[in-house]
Structures are given as structure tokens and as C-alpha cells.
Design a protein around this ligand. Sequence first.
Ligand code: AMP
Ligand code: MG
Length: 288
Amino acid sequence: MGKKKLARLDSLPDALRAGAEPGSFDLAGMDRAATPGIKDVATAADLRALLGDELADLQERLFAEGRTDGTRSVLLVIQGLDTAGKGGIVRHVAGMVDPQGLAIRSFGVPTPEEREHDFLWRIRKALPPAGRIGVFDRSHYEDVLVARVKNLVAPEVWEARYDEIVAFERELVASGTTIVKVALMVSHDEQHDRLAARLERPDKQWKYNPSDVDTRLLWDDYQEAYQAVLDRTSIPEAPWYVVPADSKDYARLAVTKLLLDALRTLDLGWPTVDYDVEVEKARLAATR
Ligand code: AMP
Ligand code: MG
């Protein structure tokens, strides 16, 4: 296992990127058990481990930059229906770097206070500071997904949000945040099996919520709402990556690769220090 296999992974981002043109990505036609960019899914976990050192190194450089005069950050937005594997991405991908460098936030049903504000209010408060990798387990996209499917707001309200989200993300990118948006897509059958496993196993029952079945009954509506998200919010500055997620190992490898590529594009060095290294060496030597 080595360089050749890792080089092949370079085709993965293009294979997963949703087109910028509306309708150019067909969610319904997507094979959610596919593993674009790798030949054998059995190698996925090992390939991911091979990316770990570079991921951790670049994360440390970003953190160091933020500690000096840097303003840049990265934001990983994870979306997906129940059981799609969002939590596993946080554990197994974000878990590969120094926890100090992360700003992990999950978004549930808005609190009464959050409901009093614009939908982006709680999102803005949760953005990663300079030098950090922010991870959103669910995000502002819930406000055009669950809010749309369950009619939580009037159609003209959610309708206007696509453009608001695009404007918001453009503003974020312009201010130095690199956004990586991943939509984890499990098949209908796989979701059934994962929910069944949650009910079967005492160590997983806590993850099950009776409302998961209600949400599952709205599967087609959610697929339509996800298709609209891909059509209307995949912009060149912040494209969507649609990750087949029936294989957890594949999805984790794919997101690791996407995050790594985002860090690579930042061309991160090490900060130059504002003290005289030679003077400090001499001072230290004098303390022997
Ligand atoms: P979980 O991710 O399993 O902890 O579930 C979080 C729940 O919060 C999901 O059912 C989401 O649909 C729901 N949720 C997240 N954001 C919103 C939102 N903006 N409006 C309504 N429900 C939301
Ligand atoms: Mg849940």
C-alpha cells in the first residue's frame, strides 16, 4: 500500500463534486454503494490512515498561523439524513487531528432563543476562529431541509434562504474561511438496516429516536429537498461533494481526502517568529 494508491485518490474530489449547473447532479440516479476513486473498499480504512500524518501536519500549521497573525480557517459542513454517518465522520476524520485545533458544533432543533433570530444567527456564532477547523454536524442547511419538508416556515421563507445561504458563504470565503461541504448519502435499504441495528443493540439504542421513523417516511421529500440544495447552493467558491455513504469506511476516506485537499490549497507554511532566534539561543545557553 503506498504512493500509487494514494495518487489514485486524486480523482475522488472531481468524481464527487456536484455540478454548478442546476440539475447537473442527479441524486436519484446516484449509486450510494459506489466507491469512486478506489478499487477495493477493503483498503479504504488503511488509505485513510495513510493520509493522517499530512492532515495532522497541515492542521498544526493552520493552528500556528492562527496563533500569529493569520485570519484563515476551514469549515467542514457535514449533512446527511439519520444514520448517514455524520457522527462517524467527526470521530474518525476530525479525530485524526489535534482536538485543540477543532471547533466542533452540532445543530439540533433551534432553541426558543435561536428561533427569535434569523436562521443564520446561531451559525455565525459557531464559526471557527482563525486557525481552526470548524466542523458542523448538521448546519444552516437544515433550514432548507427539515424546515422545507416539515413546513416549519412558509414556502416563501425557505425559498429565499437558498440565495441567503449562497451570499453568506461567499462572504465567509471572502473573509478567509475555506468551506468543505459534504452530503453523506445512504440508500433507503441501508438506512433501514442501520436503524434496525440501533434498536437491536443496547449500545446503540441511545442513538435511536422514535422520530427517525417519521423522518424516514418522508424519504422522497427529503431527497427532493437535498436535490434542491445541490442545484442551488453548489457554487464554485463552496461546492457540494456528494459522498456515497453505504460504506462507512469509504465515506470516511472520502471526507478525509476532501479535507486534506482543502488544507493543501492553503499552502500553509510555518509562521516566522517575532524574536531573534540567535539571540534567544545565546540567552538560553547562558543559563546552563
Ligand atoms: P441529531 O442530529 O440526531 O441529534 O438530530 C437533530 C435534529 O434536529 C434532527 O431531527 C434535525 O432535523 C433537527 N434540526 C436541526 N436543525 C434544525 C432546524 N434548523 N430546524 C428544525 N429542526 C432542526
Ligand atoms: Mg438522530
